[in-house]
Design a protein around this ligand. Sequence first.
Ligand code: SF4
Length: 58
Amino acid sequence: MAGEAGLCGACDWADAVRSARGSVFLRCRRSDLDARYAKYPSLPRLECAGFELAKDEG
Ligand code: SF4
């Protein structure tokens, strides 16, 4: 998913959320702490000041 989602696909702050219809969305957990971040960022995200590489992506 990393390629399609850009940075969010490899970010430690992103959670994959599956809807009742089976679509998968990326939810940014930084949005819980900081209103500058969208809860569901539009993808692909190519730049983000809050990006942190997920531990399983390194
Ligand atoms: S912090 Fe940025 S790169 Fe990470 S999930 Fe949120 S919007 Fe995506």
